[in-house]
Ligand binder design. Structure first.
Ligand code: SF4
Ligand code: SF4
Length: 438
């Protein structure tokens, strides 16, 4: 008897509907989280690894342990032109996707929303959107507020350290964190850091997406490159009857948009959360969502052909492509002609007697490691000059001087010579000097 019941039960078809994540409906959320975390990690890794930082003491940029001076014009300009063209291409194709997928401000704001709901209830709202604060009665406890405040303060203290990594080497930032005495730390740094912490705390606790919607200048800049073909959320209006009594996508959008009515210049950041939300809802009924990402003009009921959209988008690149090519060429030339040391020779101002004139040799190193340099003078007999030193040691970036004293016994006329400096890593610098005796 019981085996017959079991067989009957086993014959009933069962359709298993998993969570949104498991059934693949949340296809954007986890990818987005991975990109956001990677971008935050890169923000720390880039300066700590030495890939890029600013050296305010010497007024230079530092790339992979080498100083880049403003005089390295082609390197800097070429890189900026290339990056700017790449950014314009990104804005034209994918709109404000940077905001939704990488911007630390949005990442932190989303995290703050998550923590607020965790400690103050699922519908908790504490922000600057003009509405009253909403807190779950069951969670409105001093301990929850305290834990939320501590987590916000901890995050603000951490994020305020990241800018320091771009202006100081990691060991100096470590000295700052543990309170170790370090001559390289500016005395006012603790005040600057405190102001940063306060600003980030205000942002995390109150501003969040209010900043993204109403104050972010960078978003306005990205908007200027959008076209009608730029990536946006598409709503399948032909199935609008399925939206009756549903506004799940609207409640999901943390920018407070109605994803069914996105416009060309609205605040949508192409995060894809609304698409995941509708997909997960429809997946429970065995269907697909009404929202999707789309390139191309918004046309009621149908999409333009991919070919038409691609042609329209590519037309934007007609004027950026030559600039991008120029930037790449300038950057390549800058890399090829980069000089890790700088050599110059000039008269010493203090000497009035031209016959016994002295020259100052200035050598600058752009390397953040010890270097040994050797110096020679070519084109003059040894008795006609006196070189103050032939070997120079530099422990890191910086400059040093050597001197050449010309012999007072030199004949009248022109005495050209060359100052040659060689580094132990293979660099050779030559400076031509025309010494004239009246
Ligand atoms: S979640 Fe989907 S079904 Fe619900 S309102 Fe939005 S688009 Fe319509
Ligand atoms: S409308 Fe959708 S894609 Fe745009 S910001 Fe809102 S949730 Fe993200």
């Amino acid at each position: 008897m019981s085996s017959g019941i079991n067989k009957s039960l086993a014959d009933i078809p069962i359709k298993v509907i998993g969570s949104a994540a498991k059934n693949g409906a949340a296809k954007y959320r986890w990818k987005r989280r991975a990109v956001q975390i990677t971008f935050l990690a890169l923000l720390v890794i880039i300066p700590v690894s030495g890939l890029f930082r600013v050296d305010p003491e010497n007024g230079a940029l530092v790339v992979l342990g080498w100083q880049i001076w403003l005089a390295d014009f082609f390197l800097i300009s070429g890189l900026w032109i290339t990056l700017a063209c790449a950014m314009i291409a990104l804005y034209s194709v994918a709109g404000t996707v940077f905001c939704g997928w990488a911007c630390p401000q949005n990442t932190v704001a989303e995290w703050a929303n998550h923590m607020t709901r965790k400690f103050l209830g699922k519908r908790a709202e504490v922000s600057l959107n003009g509405e009253a604060t909403i807190v779950s009665a069951a969670k409105n406890k001093a301990l929850n507020w305290f834990l939320l405040g501590i987590s916000f303060l901890g995050a603000a203290m951490f994020f305020a350290l990241i800018p320091l990594l771009y202006f100081y080497p990691p060991d100096v930032v470590l000295s700052f964190i543990i309170g170790r005495t370090d001559a390289r730390l500016a005395g006012s740094l603790y005040w600057i850091y405190t102001v940063w912490v306060m600003m980030i705390l205000l942002d995390i606790a109150m501003l969040r997406h209010f900043w993204c919607r109403f104050a972010c200048v960078y978003k306005v800049w990205q908007h200027t490159f959008k076209t009608k073909e730029t990536l946006h959320v598409r709503y399948d209006a032909s199935r609008s009857d399925e939206c009756a009594k549903c506004n799940y996508c609207v409640t999901t959008c943390f920018i407070d948009l109605d994803p069914r009515k996105t416009e060309m210049y609205d605040s949508c950041i192409n995060c894809g959360d609304c698409i995941d939300a509708c997909n997960s809802l429809q997946a429970k009924k065995g269907g697909v969502g009404l929202l999707s990402f789309e390139f191309g003009q918004r046309v009621e009921g149908k999409s333009r052909k991919i070919r038409d959209n691609t042609i329209s988008l590519l037309s934007r690149f007609h004027w950026t492509a030559p600039f991008a090519a120029l930037g790449i060429v300038m950057f390549a030339w800058g890399m090829w002609s980069y000089q890790p040391y700088h050599l110059s020779v000039g008269y010493l101002q203090s000497t009035n007697n031209l016959s016994t004139r002295e020259y100052r040799i200035e050598i600058s190193s752009k390397r953040y490691r010890p270097t040994e340099l050797s110096m020679t003078v070519e084109g003059l007999p040894q008795d006609d000059f006196n070189l103050s030193t032939q070997k120079i040691q530099l422990s890191s970036v910086g400059r040093t001087s050597a001197f050449i004293s010309m012999s007072p016994k030199l004949q009248r006329g022109l005495h050209p010579f060359v100052v040659v400096v060689r580094s132990n890593d293979g660099w050779t610098g030559r400076f031509n000097v025309q010494h004239f005796v009246e």
